[in-house]
Design a protein around this ligand. Structure first.
Ligand code: FMN
Length: 204
């Protein structure tokens, strides 16, 4: 007689299949945080999505897919935990809520994250844990950061990574790993870095 390898006793031969389905039902959100939909950042985000797709349900988005107004600095959210503006920030936060893993891939623009991504982060102030009340996404999410730049020094990649991880920290997303890729300007330069990216994805 066949014995359930997990000793769950009820699932019969579907046991293994079910455990694979459980792993696949983990959701990963991969965000191209550059406004360029087909540049080097998109190329890297594509490799990440491809690597994760056997183990996760992957949702890939570009920051430029969304309409994100600037934060007006009114601080209403400090007392209401809500933003006075309603645009695509709400949709992005729904994607965050659904994701078990969030991978943000951001280029250096003037030694920091692109303005579009910064505008999104500013608008996440209702979810920032420095004031009460604040909105919250469920805990236990794993956040990963990938930074790229044209220049040769890793210091600037680290600055981009710090900006992303600072944001993750205030949303209580666990900071689980980062990768910096220097000397990349256009998408053609990504191919020779594929091994580094694939190796990083193996740790996600
Ligand atoms: C507006 C702008 C500012 C940039 N600033 C920097 C910079 O400060 N340091 C750097 O190393 N590269 C800088 N870059 C280069 C990008 O980081 C690099 O080309 C990256 O591959 C861009 O990816 P993307 O085309 O997917 O946005 C800048 C590019 C742009 C468009």
């Amino acid at each position: 007689m066949w014995t359930c390898p997990r000793s769950c006793g009820t699932c019969g031969r579907r046991c293994w299949r079910r455990s694979i389905e459980t792993v696949r039902s983990m959701n990963a959100l991969v965000m191209n945080c550059s406004p360029v939909r087909n540049g080097a950042t998109a190329e890297i985000a594509g490799i990440v999505s491809e690597c994760l797709k056997d183990r996760y349900e992957v949702t890939s988005v570009c920051i430029d897919d969304f309409k994100i107004n600037y934060c007006k600095g009114c601080r209403s959210c400090h007392s209401t935990a809500k933003c006075v503006q309603h645009d695509d920030v709400d949709s992005i936060l729904k994607l965050y809520e659904r994701a078990d893993v969030i991978v943000s891939v951001a280029p250096s623009y003037w030694a920091d994250i692109p303005g579009q991504f910064k505008a999104f982060i500013d608008r996440c102030t209702p979810w920032c844990n420095t004031h009460e009340p604040h909105a919250a996404i469920p805990k236990g999410k794993r956040g990963y950061s990938i930074a790229l730049r044209t220049g040769p020094s890793m210091r600037e990649c680290n600055r981009v990574i710090e900006s992303i991880e600072h944001f993750y920290g205030h949303l209580e997303i666990d900071r689980c790993g980062s990768l910096g890729l220097c000397s990349i300007e256009y998408r053609e330069a990504v191919a020779e870095r594929k091994n580094e990216i694939v190796e990083f994805c193996g740790r996600i």
